[in-house]
Design a binder for this molecule. Structure first.
Ligand SMILES: Nc1ncnc2c1ncn2[C@@H]1O[C@H](COP(=O)(O)OP(=O)(O)OP(=O)(O)O)[C@@H](O)[C@H]1O
Length: 711
C-alpha cells in the first residue's frame, strides 16, 4: 500500500543570488527570490528514504512560479491530522534523540520540582517512543518495509522500560534526596538510556543510509544530495542591509521605537523575512547567530497586535495575541526586553514573561493585572500555566502569532511533549514563525508539525561558509586531560594580556564541571562569574546582566548560555570538552562575533574526543598548536586545585561520568569510560577517584565496572 501523502506540498526556498524572475506575490519586498526544486531535493531524498513508497502524479512539489498558482492553503485544522500522520511516517531516524545529560535545558520541568523533572524526562522518552510506534502502526504501508526495524525498536523499548522501572523507583531514593539536582538525575537517566539505545541506533543508521541511498538514486536525487547553495539569501557576513524599516508598512509607533533603539536599516534576516511575514505567511528562518532574529520575529508579531481590535476593559480574560517560546529563561527574559524596546511607543501593548524558577502565583498576578497581549515563555512553565492557571487556556485561544525561537531545539525531543501540549492549546488558525541559526535536515521535517504546509523556508546562511561567521577565528586544540586546566589558564592569561577589554565565555560540559572550573579560575585570581542551572534564577539573572554590561570578565557557564543570549563584544569563546553536538558547538561559538564583529573561538578536546571534529568539517576551524605551559604555571594550577572544595570535585567527577556516559561514542565502552573518568579525577589532583553511590552506578549502567569506587 502506498504511503499516505498530502496532496500538494510546496517546499519553498530562496535562491542565491537574488534573482529577478520573481513572483508577483513577493513584490512588496525590494527583492524576490526564485524557488527551485533542487533546493528541496536534500529534504526530498530524506523523505523518500522509504522502501515501499508509491508516489503518484497527485504529488506536486510545486515551486512558484513554475508550480502554478499556489492553491488556497487549507487551514491547519483541515491539514494537521493528515500532516502529522505523514510526518510521523516519514523516517523514524529523523526524530533525533538527544541522549545527553542536557543539564541546562533548564526549563524542562524544573519548575515542577526535582522529581517531576525526572518523571518528565522519562515520560518524554516513553511517549516519544510510543508516539513513534502508534503512529507508525496506523500506516500499514510502512509495516512491510520497516518491520524488522520495529522489531528491534520494540525489543529495545522493552529493555528501556525495564531500565525505567528501576529508575522510577530510584526517584524516591538517594539521588534525589541528596545533593543531586535535576540535571544530574537527567544526566544519569539519559546516560542509562543512551547505553540501552546505542546499539540499536547504530543499526538504525545503517538501515537509514541504505534506504536513503536507494530512494535517492531511484528518484534521481542522489547527485544533489547535500547541495543547498541555491537556498541562500545572500552571503551572510554583511549583517546589515541598506533597506530601511520604513520601506515596509509598519505602524508609525513601531518605526519610532525602532528609531529610538538605533535600528536604522534591517539585518539580512529581517529583510528576508519581514515582507513574507507581513503577507501572512508562516516562516521557518535560518540565519547565523547574532544577526537580529529576535527583532525579525518580534516586530511583525507586534504589528499583528497593533492591527487587532482592542479588548474591552471588562474582559476578565483578555486574549494573548502573540506567544513567543524560548528554550531558556535567560533567552525569554532577553526576548521580552527586546520586545519592550520595540514597544516603547506602544503604551497600551504589554509583554509579560513566564519562566521557571519564579513563583507561579506572581506570574499569574502579573498576567492578570498588566497588559499582556504578548507573552514570552519557556515551555515547561507555559505548560504549568496551561494546566494550573484558571482561564489561561481561554486567553491562549486568542493567539494569532506563535513564535518558536531556537526552533530546532524546541522541536527536539527534550521539549517535544511540552511543545505538543502548547500547540494543542493555541488556535490552529494562526501564523507561526520558527527561527534558529541551525536547522538540521532531520529537524526540518519536525517543523511541519507547527507550520502550515505553504510556509516558506528562508535560509540566510550561505552553505559554502557553514553556519558560523567568517570573521570569527576558530581553532581546536588537542591535549590530554591532565593538561586541560593548565592550558585553560594559559590560554586565558594570554587572551587577557592581548585584549584590554577582554570578555570571555568558557563553556563546560555540565553544571558541576562548570562550578569546578569557576572555582579553580577564581582561586587563580581571574575575574570570574559562573552561570549554570544549579544557581538560583535571581543569581543567574544578576550575573547575566552584569556580564552583558561588563568588560574584563570571564563567564564560566554550562549550556544555559549556549543559545541566543546576546552578550555584546565577547572577545573569546572557549569550549572545554565535547560539545553535545554540532549545533551546540555553533550556538556556543555564536556568543562571539555578533553583529558583524570579530571574535575568536577555541575548542579544547582530549585526543579521544577528536572524532567530534568530523562533524565540523565544513566549518572553518583549524588545528592550533598548544601554547607552552611553563612548570611554574602547572604548579600554580595544581596548588589552586588543592583549594577547590573536595565536594565540588566529587560532584564534578560524577557529573563528568554521567555526561560522557551519555555520549554514544564514549559511553558505549564502559571500562574505557571509567578509565577516562579517572584520568579526569587525577587532573583535579585526586589520587583516588571519588566513590559514587551504588544506586547511581546502577542507574548509569556502571555497576561492577573496574576502576570505579562504590559507596
Ligand atoms: N536592524 C538592526 N540594526 C542594528 N542592530 C540590530 C538590528 N536588529 C537587531 N539588532 C541587534 O543585534 C543583536 C543580535 O540580535 P539577536 O540577539 O536577535 O541575534 P540572533 O540572530 O537572535 O542571535 P542568536 O542566533 O545567537 O540567537 C542584538 O543586540 C540586537 O539588538
Amino acid at each position: 500500500m502506498p504511503l499516505k501523502f498530502p496532496r500538494r506540498i510546496r517546499f519553498i526556498t530562496h535562491s542565491l543570488p537574488r534573482t529577478t524572475n520573481n513572483l508577483a506575490s513577493f513584490s512588496s519586498g525590494s527583492r524576490a527570490y526564485h524557488c527551485n526544486t533542487s533546493s528541496s531535493s536534500p529534504l526530498l531524498s530524506r523523505i523518500f528514504s522509504l522502501n515501499h513508497l508509491a508516489i503518484g502524479p497527485h504529488i506536486n512539489f510545486s515551486t512558484r512560479p513554475n508550480g502554478g498558482e499556489p492553491r488556497a492553503s487549507r487551514s491547519l485544522i483541515e491539514d494537521e491530522e493528515e500532516l502529522s500522520n505523514w510526518v510521523s511516517d516519514l523516517r523514524p531516524g529523523s526524530l533525533r534523540v538527544h541522549l545527553t545529560s542536557d543539564d541546562d535545558d533548564d526549563d524542562v520541568d524544573r519548575s515542577r520540582g526535582r522529581n517531576q523533572g525526572f518523571r518528565g524526562t522519562r515520560n518524554k522518552v516513553d511517549s516519544f517512543r510510543e508516539n513513534l510506534f502508534s503512529d507508525r502502526d496506523k500506516g500499514s504501508n510502512f509495516r512491510s518495509s520497516q518491520s524488522s526495524f520495529r522489531g528491534r525498536k520494540e525489543r529495545s523499548l522493552g529493555r528501556d522500560r525495564e531500565g525505567y522501572k528501576g529508575l522510577r523507583k530510584q526517584r524516591r531514593g538517594d539521588v534525589l534526596d541528596g545533593e543531586s539536582s535535576d540535571e544530574d538525575v537527567k544526566s544519569l537517566v539519559m546516560g542509562g538510556i543512551g547505553d540501552l539505545l546505542s546499539e540499536e541506533d547504530e543499526e538504525e543508521d545503517e538501515d537509514h543510509e541504505f534506504l536513503k541511498k536507494k530512494a535517492a538514486s531511484a528518484f534521481g536525487f542522489d547527485k544533489q544530495e547535500g547541495v543547498e547553495a541555491s537556498n541562500d539569501v545572500k552571503s551572510s557576513d554583511s549583517y546589515l542591509t541598506k533597506t530601511r524599516f520604513d520601506h515596509y508598512p509598519l505602524s508609525p509607533l513601531s518605526l519610532k521605537s525602532l528609531n529610538d533603539a538605533g535600528y536604522e536599516t534591517m539585518t539580512v534576516v529581517q529583510e528576508a523575512t519581514l515582507p513574507i511575514i507581513l503577507k501572512g505567511k508562516d516562516v521557518l528562518a535560518k540565519a547565523k547567530t547574532g544577526t537580529g532574529k529576535t527583532v525579525a520575529f518580534l516586530l511583525p508579531s507586534i504589528e499583528v497586535v497593533v492591527k487587532s481590535p482592542p479588548t474591552s476593559p471588562d474582559n476578565k480574560r483578555p486574549p494573548i495575541l502573540a506567544l513567543v517560546i524560548c528554550p531558556t529563561r535567560e533567552l525569554a527574559n532577553q526576548a521580552a526586553t527586546e520586545a519592550n524596546t520595540l514597544l516603547k511607543h506602544h503604551p497600551t501593548i504589554g509583554v509579560q514573561v513566564v519562566i521557571g524558577g519564579t513563583r507561579l502565583g506572581l506570574e499569574q498576578k502579573r498576567m492578570q493585572t498588566n497588559p499582556c497581549q504578548i507573552l514570552v515563555a519557556t515551555p515547561g512553565r507555559l505548560k504549568d500555566h496551561i494546566e494550573n492557571t484558571p482561564g489561561f487556556e481561554t486567553r491562549l485561544k486568542g493567539v494569532k502569532v506563535l513564535v518558536l525561537d531556537e526552533a530546532d531545539h524546541l522541536l527536539d525531543m527534550g521539549f517535544r511533549k511540552d511543545i505538543e501540549r502548547i500547540l494543542s492549546a493555541v488556535p490552529k488558525e494562526r501564523q507561526t514563525f520558527l527561527f534558529s541559526a541551525t536547522v538540521p535536515e532531520e529537524v526540518r521535517q519536525m517543523c511541519l508539525v507547527a507550520l502550515r504546509r505553504d510556509h516558506e523556508f528562508i535560509n540566510c546562511v550561505h552553505e559554502g561558509t557553514g553556519e558560523t561567521h567568517q570573521q570569527v577565528r576558530q581553532t581546536h586544540m588537542i591535549a590530554s586531560l591532565d593538561k586541560h586546566f593548565s592550558l585553560l589558564y594559559t590560554l586565558l592569561r594570554a587572551h587577557i594580556a592581548d585584549n584590554v577589554d577582554y570578555k570571555v565565555i568558557v563553556f563546560c560540559t555540565t553544571a558541576m564541571v562548570t562550578k569546578l572550573v569557576a572555582d579553580l579560575l577564581g582561586e587563580l585570581n581571574l575575574n570570574v562569574r559562573e552561570i549554570h542551572s544549579r544557581k538560583p534564577q535571581s543569581y543567574r539573572t544578576r550575573v547575566s546582566n552584569e556580564f552583558r554590561k561588563s568588560k574584563g570578565l570571564i563567564l564560566v557557564t554550562s549550556d544555559v548560555s549556549a543559545r541566543g543570549v546576546d552578550y555584546p563584544d565577547v572577545t573569546l569563546v572557549l569550549q572545554v570538552g565535547l560539545p553535545k553536538d554540532r549545533e551546540q558547538y555553533i550556538h556556543r561559538l555564536g556568543r562571539t562575533g555578533r553583529k558583524g564583529k570579530e571574535g575568536e573561538g577555541i575548542l579544547l578536546l582530549a585526543p579521544w574526543e577528536e572524532y567530534f571534529l568530523s562533524s565540523l568539517k565544513d566549518l572553518p576551524i583549524t588545528k592550533s598548536s598548544l601554547p607552552s605551559t611553563d612548570p611554574e604555571t602547572v604548579k600554580k594550577v595544581q596548588k589552586a586545585l588543592c583549594h577547590v572544595e573536595m565536594r565540588n570535585k566529587e560532584a564534578a567527577y560524577q557529573a563528568w561520568l554521567g555526561y560522557y556516559n551519555s555520549q554514544k561514542m564514549i559511553g558505549r565502552d564502559k571500562e574505557r569510560l571509567v578509565e577516562l573518568a579517572n584520568e579526569f579525577s587525577r587532573s583535579m589532583g585526586l589520587d583516588n577517584p571519588p566513590a559514587i553511590p551504588k544506586l547511581i552506578l546502577g542507574k548509569m549502567g556502571l555497576k561492577n565496572v573496574p576502576g570505579l569506587r562504590a559507596k
